[in-house]
Design a protein around this ligand. Structure first.
Ligand SMILES: [Zn+2]
Length: 326
C-alpha cells in the first residue's frame, strides 16, 4: 500500500512539474551527490544555494513551494538544518523525507559538549553511506530506472573510495607534530578523526552563535603552543577574525576550505569529490611547510637534544683532562 501511494504521488508530481521527478535537498553538497546518482532521470534543487550557510539559513515561501512540488526530500539531520522541519510542514508536501545520514555514527563536538556534529560527509567513508542512502531513496521513488541508479552509484562509489585513499596519502605527508587544523568553525572533526588531524576551531559545530573572546584565546593558545605552520578560512564564513589572528601572530593563511557548501561552478570545489580533494590538497600543502623557526618542530627537538648531549660529553672530557693533569 505504501509503495502504491509513493507511486501515485510520483505520478501526480510528474504531471504537475514536467517529465522528471524533482528531488530537493537541504544543501548543495547533497544536491551534487543526487545529480551524480540520478543523472538525467531526475531534476535536483538545493534549498540553500551554493556558498550559503545552512546553519543560519532562513527559509522563504519559495522554498515551501519548491518542497510542495518535490517527489523526494533529502536531509542531513544531526542538527545541521534545524529550520527545515518547519518549512516541510508549512509546504504540505507529500514527498518522502529521507535522512541521508542514517547508519552513520554521529560524533560529539570536540570543543562543545552536548552538541552533535552534523558534518559527517567530511569523512569520505561516511560519504559512501550518504551515497548508498541516496541511491536507495531514488530506487524506491523511481523503480523504473533502478538499473541506471545502481550503475551510477557503483561508479561514484569507486571514485569516492579512491579519493578516500588519496586523502590518507596526502595527510601522511604532513610531519606528525604539525597535524593540527585550525579553522573558522568546528566542521572538520569527522575529517580529523578519520585522517589523523587534531582540530581546533574558532566557532562550534554550528555557526549561529558568534565567536567569543574565549574562543579566540583558545585558538591563539593552540597556535602559539604548537607552532602550527598555517591556519585555514572557510568558503562560507567571514574570515575576518582568523585573518586578524594570522596577522597578529605572524602565521600564514593556508587557504580556503570547503565545509558546508560545494564551490561555484568552474571552481575546484564545484562537486563533493572536488571539494574533498581541494581540502586535502590545501591542508597537506600548507601543513607540510616548515615552521617559521626554519626547522620543523620535530627536527628542532632532535637538534637541541643532540646539542645538550655533545656539550655534556665535551664537559666531561675537560673535567677528566683537568683531573689527570693534577
Ligand atoms: Zn557547518
Amino acid at each position: 500500500m505504501k509503495k502504491f501511494l509513493t507511486l501515485v504521488h510520483l505520478l501526480i508530481c510528474l504531471v504537475a512539474y514536467g517529465q522528471k521527478p524533482l528531488v530537493v535537498s537541504s544543501a548543495s553538497i547533497f544536491a551534487d551527490m543526487s545529480k551524480r546518482i540520478g543523472g538525467d532521470h531526475i531534476e535536483v534543487q538545493s534549498i540553500v544555494p551554493i556558498g550559503g550557510d545552512p546553519h543560519k539559513y532562513e527559509a522563504t515561501p519559495d522554498d515551501a513551494r519548491l518542497l510542495a512540488g518535490a517527489s523526494l526530500i533529502l536531509i542531513n539531520g544531526l542538527t545541521f538544518e534545524g529550520w527545515i522541519n518547519e518549512v516541510i510542514d508549512t509546504s504540505g508536501t507529500k514527498a518522502r523525507v529521507v535522512l541521508i545520514t542514517e547508519g552513520i555514527e554521529a560524533i560529539k563536538s570536540a570543543e562543545h559538549q552536548n552538541a552533535v556534529d552534523p558534518h559527517a560527509w567530511m569523512d569520505a567513508e561516511n560519504g559512501l553511506i550518504y551515497l548508498k542512502n541516496i541511491k536507495d531513496a531514488l530506487v524506491t521513488m523511481d523503480p523504473g530506472h533502478a538499473q541506471d541508479y545502481e550503475k551510477n552509484y557503483f561508479v561514484y562509489k569507486e571514485e569516492l573510495t579512491e579519493l578516500h585513499q588519496y586523502i590518507q596519502r596526502r595527510m601522511a605527508e604532513i610531519p606528525p607534530a604539525q597535524r593540527i587544523l585550525i579553522t573558522s568553525h568546528d566542521a572538520f572533526s569527522y575529517f580529523g578523526n578519520k585522517y589523523g588531524l587534531k582540530i581546533n576551531a574558532m566557532m562550534g559545530v554550528s555557526t549561529d552563535a558568534d565567536a567569543q573572546t574565549g574562543d579566540m584565546e583558545r585558538v591563539i593558545e593552540a597556535l602559539t603552543k604548537q607552532k602550527v605552520p598555517a591556519i585555514f578560512i572557510e568558503s562560507t564564513i567571514n574570515p575576518k577574525m582568523l585573518m586578524q589572528i594570522a596577522h597578529d601572530h605572524n602565521v600564514i593563511i593556508g587557504g580556503s576550505l570547503y565545509a558546508d557548501s560545494v564551490g561555484e561552478p568552474g571552481t575546484e570545489g564545484e562537486s563533493y569529490l572536488g571539494m574533498m580533494r581541494h581540502n586535502a590538497d590545501v591542508i597537506a600543502g600548507a601543513l607540510s611547510r616548515q615552521v617559521k623557526t626554519g626547522i620543523s618542530l620535530s627536527t628542532g627537538i632532535n637538534w637541541s637534544m643532540y646539542a645538550i648531549l655533545i656539550a655534556a660529553l665535551l664537559l666531561s672530557w675537560v673535567l677528566l683532562i683537568l683531573k689527570l693533569k693534577k
